[in-house]
Design a protein around this ligand. Structure first.
Ligand code: GBH
Length: 457
């Protein structure tokens, strides 16, 4: 009998992902102090629904049943993040043992169920106290304070955790956290003078990543270290050599790639990026790019959508092609369905950015207009359609020899979707926020079967 279609290799890591502020709640318990997201969400007009993460999914108290539910679906890998202000309530300095203890309990519970952790040190919830003290990522000091925080966590949990990620999506908490002229849509939500200020914040975050990598390696010798990035994916409209070349060029020119994955993986800002940014480009000190680009074991690729590109007879040699009005979308304004981005993202990261290590998909998923059907079930066939299409493209990359070793669906359960509040649901498990009752959706049943058969079903 031939191998069934879309089979993954033995040991492929099937997982689910979450982030601290989006699920934990317990915002002021056991010594935790506000993060920039606590402050931002409580500032009127910032989150569309006026909601915040004070309680969220109350995962801080319900983690045992959440882990048991995850295990019952066959999920073997769990990506979650650590809340900086649980560990260091003052942002720096004194360590809060009760904060570390929560993550020890969670890790022991995962271990009991045979689920391997993939830990992100920073998923956007930086200490408010550091925003007040020096403007958080606008200051170079933040990079050093992040590394000191990383050291504390890795020293305490390094015996329980092997797979470490420094940060989630540098482009988001910087480019969306600071705005020129008008308030931006993510925390800290600060208005700054110029785009240079924002690119400088990106650079400080990248430096923090590099210093964080060093801190992890210094205190966890077996560590598999990664950066998680929502790399912008340029998808060639056709696979003609000219369109592929255009997509490759556009990949390095994208604002986020030029500032994040290219310096991290090549040790340089692309020439085209520097030319286009001009005076707004970050100011880089001697030695910074070496720190930022030190070798990584793994690269976490977050993928939701992509940008279509084709060859053009202009100075840049490419043009982006806007989506027509009727282009298929999921339940968020930004979430167009571009499954080919899953494949092309990995291709570009290998061929253009030159990454030679292991890839894992650190997030892929979608918000859907879920509802309970007359049968009492959540028949999220649109989410299954979306996930299946993307997974087939990830499989294509693997079939063409790209070392993809794992996949984390975003998200394990519905949660606080940042500036959209709880209105948008990304989970394969439904959460009822009034009762905190979790109900697996039809997509969870489907995902569980993928894991069981180790292929896209
Ligand atoms: C990820 O970001 C995050 O890591 C995760 O925490 C989040 O829950 C998940 O995706 C789903 O959103 O409002 O139209 O201007 C993905 C990157 C950044 C894409 C914010 C959408 C808002 C665009 N996202 N962006 S818009």
């Amino acid at each position: 009998m031939s191998t069934p279609s879309y089979s993954f290799p033995p040991g492929f890591r099937w997982g689910a992902a979450t982030a601290a502020y989006q699920i934990e709640g317990a915002h002021n318990l056991d010594g935790r102090t506000p993060s920039v997201w606590d402050t931002f969400a409580k500032t009127p007009g910032r989150v569309r629904t006026g909601e915040n993460g004070d309680i969220a999914n109350d995962h801080y108290h319900l983690f045992e049943s959440d882990v048991a539910l995850m295990a019952s679906l066959g999920i073997k890998h769990y990506r979650f993040s650590i809340s900086w202000t649980r560990i260091l309530p003052e942002g720096t300095g004194a360590v809060n043992q009760r904060g570390l203890d929560f993550y020890k309990r969670l890790l022991d519970c995962l271990d009991k169920y045979g689920i391997e952790p993939q830990v992100t040190l920073f998923h956007w919830d930086s200490p408010q106290v550091l925003e007040d003290r020096y403007g958080s990522w606008r200051s170079r000091q933040m990079a050093h304070d992040f590394a000191a925080y990383a050291e504390v966590v890795v020293k305490a949990l390094g015996d329980r955790v092997k797979r470490w990620t420094t940060m989630n999506e540098v482009g988001c908490f910087t480019m969306l956290g600071y705005g020129v002229g008008k308030p931006p849509q993510h925390a800290p939500g600060t208005v700054v003078q110029s785009h240079q200020d924002i690119w400088q914040a990106v650079h400080h975050a990248m430096l923090g990543h590099g210093l964080g990598v060093q801190a992890i390696r210094a205190h966890c010798s077996k560590a598999i270290v990664s950066l998680v990035d929502n790399t912008e994916v340029t998808v060639p409209v056709t696979e003609s050599p000219a369109d592929v070349a255009a997509a490759q060029k556009a990949f390095t020119d994208s604002w986020i790639n030029g500032g994040v994955c290219m310096p991290a993986l090549t040790g340089q800002h692309p020439e085209l990026f520097l030319r286009h940014k001009g005076a707004d480009a970050p100011k880089v000190q001697a030695g910074d790019l070496e720190i930022i680009s030190q070798p990584l074991d793994a690269w976490g690729f977050n993928n939701y959508f992509g940008t279509y590109v084709r060859a053009a007879d202009n100075e840049d040699g490419y043009e982006t092609v806007p989506l027509p009005g009727g282009y298929p979308k999921m339940d968020l304004p930004w979430l167009s369905i571009v499954p080919d981005a899953a494949y092309w993202g990995l291709r570009h990261l290998r061929d253009v950015a030159g990454f030679k290590g292991q890839f894992f998909i650190s997030e892929n998923g979608c918000g859907a207009a879920d509802e309970f059907g007359a049968d009492g079930r959540i028949n999220d066939l649109d989410r299954i359609f979306y996930l299946r299409a993307y997974l087939r493209q990830f499989h294509r990359a693997l079939a063409e020899g790209i070392p993809l070793e794992g996949y984390f669906v975003w998200s394990l359960m519905d949660n606080f979707e940042w500036s959209f509040g709880y209105a948008k649901r990304f989970g394969i498990i439904w959460n009822d926020y009034a009762s905190q009752k979790r109900t697996p959706k039809e997509s969870a049943r489907w995902y569980s079967e993928c894991i069981r058969q180790n292929r896209v079903v």
